[in-house]
Design a protein around this ligand. Structure first.
Ligand code: PLP
Length: 446
């Protein structure tokens, strides 16, 4: 997600073609994709095997409407996701609805939680709880759960009433809370809010295991997710993990929450699932949720025309086969620390670097005007957008995030390279970003 004003701009270059980590525009300029676009293109661009799989599916049939047919790609992708979840301790995450992207996946997760509560007779549980500085998508339900003020503002009056808890961020702990107490404090805050609202009114808690587009790769501190799991169990609140950005292997485990040893009730995935070769997302839910819904209502009620789109599922299968065969998630786990180190080295001595953080191939730098006080740069400087431009000038694509910091804009830049990046390319990506950041900091400080 980027500032709406900058999404469609006449100055944007026109995309022509891409291979591997490189994108080419129609003027012949070449860009090294250091962020997989918006953390999507996890096996790079122009992969012939995936293209062939999609073409072969199109030659058979593009789409068999889900309410008339199942299909081989849909069944195989279901099997792959079920197996990948089970291998990482998430046995039972085996029911799923395939949709066209992240927002639809989140929307489906929210509705599955509501339907589950209704199916088990908890008819007053209509409310969601979410967190500030989070991003769950642009549809009204997902936006209602998103703590991203600038994106909410024009629609505020139409959004659901969703209490937004403090961001879970050890670099910027809630006021008066020590960094080492963030996990406990934030979990306690969730429990307090459930009790304040009345547990009988709460359907679900939704959160990103590693915050992406609204905060810049912020992993929750150790222990937080397990505490949330306990609280959700205690109050019969559905736990929804939004893994649209941080999942599908990006953080070095197939599920991001796998790192914490925690299994959600419901989980959204999208970006890396079909790696941008087709629009595809999924709402994945646990068998025990499915069984309750099926007993009461027959099936989940979240369908769309393109639910389970056959060619999109074929793309997902082809991508996931490559990710599995080439052990790319294991590669991300092994090389994440290298990306982190190279980023640190490239930014060595830059006073404006407040924090470098992330997990796997999901790393970000937060830039600040004052490292001591963590004071952000003035919003009007748009430092994150300047870095994006300076990076583009150097032929690098990175992902700028203008997150809301204590009511003001903050500046973060995400690197999320394709999983099949080489070590030399990692060095090139971080080196170019280092140059871009230095140039921008000199410009705004000078
Ligand atoms: N959830 C998370 C965590 C995201 O990062 C995003 C997009 O950035 C979404 C949901 C929405 O996904 P989409 O843009 O595909 O609708």
């Amino acid at each position: 997600m980027q500032d709406s004003a900058t999404v469609v701009s006449p100055q944007l270059p026109k995309i022509a073609w891409g291979r591997g980590l490189y994108l080419h525009d129609t003027d012949g300029k070449v860009y090294l994709d250091g962020s997989s676009g918006p953390a999507v293109y996890c096996i790079g661009h122009g992969n012939a095997e995936v293209n062939e799989a999609i073409k072969a599916q199109l030659d058979r049939v593009a789409h068999g409407y889900r309410y008339s047919f199942t299909s081989d790609p849909l069944e195989e992708l279901t099997e792959i996701i079920t197996r990948r979840c089970a291998e990482g301790g998430g046995e039972g995450l085996e029911r799923m609805v395939f949709v066209s992207g992240g927002s639809e996946a989140v929307e489906s997760c929210l509705k599955i939680a509501l339907q589950y509560q209704s199916a088990r007779g908890a008819h007053t549980r209509h409310k969601f709880i979410a967190r500030q500085r989070s991003w769950h998508g642009n549809t009204l339900g997902a936006l209602s759960c998103s703590g991203f003020a600038a994106r909410r503002e024009p629609f505020e009056g139409s959004l659901l009433d969703v209490p937004l808890l403090s961001p879970v961020n050890s670099y910027r702990p809630p006021k008066g809370v020590a960094a080492e107490d963030v996990a406990q404090w934030c979990a306690d805050e969730l429990e307090r809010e459930i009790l304040r609202q009345g547990p009988e009114r709460i359907a679900a808690f939704i959160f990103e295991p590693v915050v992406g587009a609204a905060g810049g790769c912020v992993p929750a501190p150790p222990g937080y997710a397990a505490k949330v799991r306990e609280i959700c169990d205690r109050y019969e609140v559905v736990m929804i993990a939004d893994e649209v950005m941080c999942g599908s292997g990006r953080c070095g485990t197939w599920r991001a929450l796998q790192h914490d040893g925690v299994v959600p009730d419901v989980m959204s995935v999208a970006k890396g699932l079909a790696a941008g070769y087709m629009p595809l997302g999924a709402a994945v839910y646990h068998r025990r949720i499915g069984e309750v819904i099926e007993a009461a209502h027959g099936a989940v009620s979240t369908g769309h025309t393109f639910t389970g789109h056959t060619a999109a599922c074929a793309a997902g299968v082809a991508v996931q086969r490559i990710v599995e065969r080439e052990k790319l998630v294991e590669k991300v786990a092994a090389e994440g620390p290298l990306l982190h180190r190279l980023l640190g080295e490239a930014l060595e001595g830059v006073e404006a670097v407040g924090d470098i953080r992330g997990r796997g191939f999901f790393q970000a730098v937060e830039l600040v005007a004052d490292r001591e006080t963590k004071e952000p740069f003035p919003a009007e400087l748009q430092v994150h957008l300047r870095v994006r431009q300076a990076a583009l000038d150097r032929g690098l694509i990175c992902y700028p995030v203008g997150g809301n910091v204590d009511g003001r804009r903050g500046d973060h830049v995400i690197l999320a390279p394709p999983y099949n990046v080489t070590e030399a390319e990692l060095a090139e990506i971080t080196g170019r970003l280092g140059e871009a950041v230095r140039a921008v900091v000199a410009e705004v400080s000078g």
